[in-house]
Design a protein around this ligand. Structure first.
Ligand code: IVH
Length: 670
């Protein structure tokens, strides 16, 4: 290894310090003092130095991205349990909370409280040891959560190092990970486009984003953090919540958007009103206000009642509900043909927003809630964003309400409709269904797919209606002259689109697989395929068993992928796409793998205890080009059996599969 000169060491340390400061200015204070370009320049320079000298500080901003995907989360015990909160649903109940506190403390004096918004997100614990972020875990059941450290590090507002204050020997800092309402809406729109079900509220979206095995997906989600509490701490002493929050701010942690001291319960209720008033301007979803006794000595005296502290309560804002009428139910057809019932409502104002549509999810839901056209319904903005029907006001029925049965034919193209096996979804099976085809093209060109700039929804619709594209293959047949004849195009815009199409031809296998719109194959599954199949052609005629062998690939997914790559029409389409000069590279496949690949094309399964950790052995196999599968099947090449082998051994014997020891595995390498 190159010996690192002192001057370089200092340069790296300074870069980390400066970049961390600018990260804080940008993501916590929302007040950057340098341009994005300057930041990027510094970042790239740091990365180069780190690589050259193999000197990477634990709080380097380069540590915020790129950890290999996990296959499970390790469990983490919280040193002190993470409690939940008692609720108050009216100002009256908030006053009762204050009375309980006073009674318990046998005090007639006014109590000092802090009031903060209650974030609709996911509770998290961050453990810092000697000032360095050591571990981040979810709340879980309050006693034990999951280790999501790599995912949390992708949140730019999370300090990797405690700065500006004397770092305690150890401290657990608690807070809420949340997603902004706008980001939540964008995410849901994308999910619906992909035929995935949308998240019901920002909380679920935050949870779904944190609980990702692949941290690169978390990194894309723009999560935020608001810190509001501490658990175990050694080497630091706080007098009060206010004192603690002041310390957090100084140490560059993001804290709640509002935190106020209130002396006595009347002052508390004023702050609650203020938060409720400002709530509509918050970029995040707040479902209430949290009221805490400020003084930590008093908190200690009050203690805990089962799982809730006596010193805090959550005032819940009234739910955003409204009453309106269902004018019509529409069957909307998605990219994969899934038909979703959508209610068209008599417009109603709910919490400052006009609501005129509501998803009914599926026909099971319609049946369960007995929803009919013409019904008067209670509508709620769940997590105060996507409206849904809570229930039907049956006493308002006049007898003229109509049942809405699943369509027998596709409402767009008239093709037959099938019910998903065992599922609740109905699907149009028409291959040429206009709705599906247009959405498939839209998906193919979208940013995470082939990324063809200038082919937005409107242009796809236009090109489709002018019969220039009937399928995404046709995109490559478009000529500039054709575009110039269309109303929306002029010389420059036409040329730009042609250039964008040309540029998009250079792509990766993961992107390309995602673009194809194979049912159930999202970005993550596409990436996983690319990691395990070198070329597109390797997937041709693939058997479902070969897919289920891959960790994290379920049967439904495997069936769908196999069906796609065994369909002669699809294979012709792929060949025809290639004939237009698509250059599909696969950096995922080669990532981390060296030249030596003696296990290329071989599938291994491990059973029993080996001299090395199972994960390590699996990595070894994969690094040598092999594939480590979880279950024995006909396509298994070797079963590596250790001590106390499980049922896999019998199965391998039945299938006459080569059974080898760990030593023999190592010999195979030679
Ligand atoms: S304090 C023992 N403060 O609400 C007190 N919690 O319903 C622990 N939450 O699990 C929590 N915003 O996930 C606190 N400003 C805030 C909060 C907050 C949201 C969540 C937190 C907690 C849940 C309890």
């Amino acid at each position: 290894m190159t010996k690192i000169p002192e001057s370089i060491k200092q340069e790296i340390e300074k870069l980390v310090k400066d970049l961390s400061y600018h990260c804080y200015r940008y993501y916590v204070l929302d007040a950057p003092v340098i341009s994005d370009e300057e930041y990027d320049k510094g970042y790239r320079h740091l990365k180069k130095l780190e690589e050259k000298y193999h000197y990477v500080l634990p709080d380097s901003p380069t540590q915020r991205i790129g950890a290999p995907a996990l296959d499970k989360f390790e469990k983490v015990k919280h040193t002190e349990p993470m409690l939940s909160l008692d609720n108050a649903f009216s100002h009256e109940e908030v006053r009762e909370f204050d009375e309980r506190v006073k009674r318990f403390l046998k005090s007639d004096n006014e109590i000092e409280y802090t009031v903060e918004p209650k974030y609709d997100g996911l509770a998290m614990e961050l453990t810092y040891i000697n000032g360095i972020l050591h571990k981040a875990s979810t709340r879980g059941d309050g006693y034990e959560g999951e280790d999501v450290t790599v995912n949390i590090k992708t949140i730019k507002a999370v300090p990797l190092k405690i700065e500006e204050v004397d770092a305690p020997e150890e401290i657990d800092i608690r807070g809420e990970v949340y997603i902004d309402i706008r980001e939540f809406e964008t995410l849901n729109r994308e999910r619906e486009k992909e035929g995935e079900s949308p998240f019901a509220n920002p909380r679920n979206a935050a949870a779904g984003s944190i609980r990702q095995f692949d941290s690169s997906i978390t990194a894309k989600r723009r999560l935020h953090l608001a810190c509001y509490g501490t658990g175990f701490a050694k080497g630091v002493n706080f007098k009060s919540q206010w004192d603690f929050i002041t310390w957090l701010k100084k140490a560059r942690f993001p804290v709640p958007a509002i935190i106020k001291l209130a002396n006595g319960i009347d002052a508390v209720i004023d702050v609650i009103k203020e938060i409720e008033e400002k709530r509509k301007d918050f970029s995040f979803e707040a479902d209430g206000a949290v009221i805490k006794v400020n003084d930590f000595e008093l908190q200690k005296a009050l203690g805990i009642k089962t799982r809730e502290p006596r010193w805090a309560t959550a005032y819940k804002f009234p739910a955003h509900q409204g009453i309106t009428k269902i004018n019509e139910i529409i069957a909307s057809v998605g990219r994969t043909g899934t038909i979703t019932p959508v209610a068209s409502l008599e417009p109603v104002r709910i919490g400052g927003v006009t609501v005129s549509r509501s998803t009914l999810h599926n026909w099971d839901e319609i049946e369960r809630k007995d929803i009919r056209v013409g019904d008067t319904v209670v509508v709620e903005r769940a997590g105060d964003v996507i409206p849904h029907v809570v229930n039907v006001m049956k006493d308002k029925r006049t007898g003229s309400e109509r049942h809405f049965s699943p369509p027998e034919k596709c409402p767009v193209c008239g093709s037959a409709v099938e019910r998903d096996e065992g599922g609740v979804a109905f699907r149009c099976i028409g291959l040429n269904c206009t709705a599906q085809v247009q959405q498939r093209i839209g998906h193919y060109v979208s940013r995470a797919a082939m990324d063809i700039e200038g082919l937005g929804e409107k242009n796809v619709e236009l090109l489709y209606s002018k019969r220039l594209i009937k399928h995404f293959v046709d995109i490559y047949k478009i000529k500039k002259e054709d575009l110039l004849e269309l109303p929306r195009f002029a010389e420059k815009s036409a040329q730009n689109l042609i250039d964008a199409i040309e540029k998009s031809k250079e792509t990766t296998l993961a992107r390309f697989l995602y673009s194809l719109g194979i049912i159930h194959v999202g970005e993550y599954a596409a990436k996983l395929l690319a990691k395990n199949f070198k070329n597109l052609e390797d997937l041709y005629h693939v058997k479902p068993e070969r897919i289920t062998e891959l960790k994290q690939m379920g049967e439904k997914l495997a069936e769908s992928i196999s069906r796609f790559f065994n369909d002669p029409e699809n294979l012709r389409t792929l060949e025809s796409l290639k004939s237009y000069g698509l250059k599909i590279s696969n950096p995922d496949f080669d990532s981390g793998k060296t030249g030596k690949r003696p296990f290329e094309g071989l599938t291994f399964v491990i059973t029993g205890t080996l001299p090395k950790q199972r994960k390590e052995v699996e990595e070894l196999i994969e690094n040598m080009g092999g594939h480590a599968a979880g279950t024995v099947s006909k396509s298994t090449d070797y079963l590596v059996a250790g001590e106390n082998p499980g049922s896999k051994l019998t199965k391998a014997e039945d299938l006459k599969i080569n059974i080898i020891s760990y030593d023999e595995l190592l010999k195979l390498l030679k």
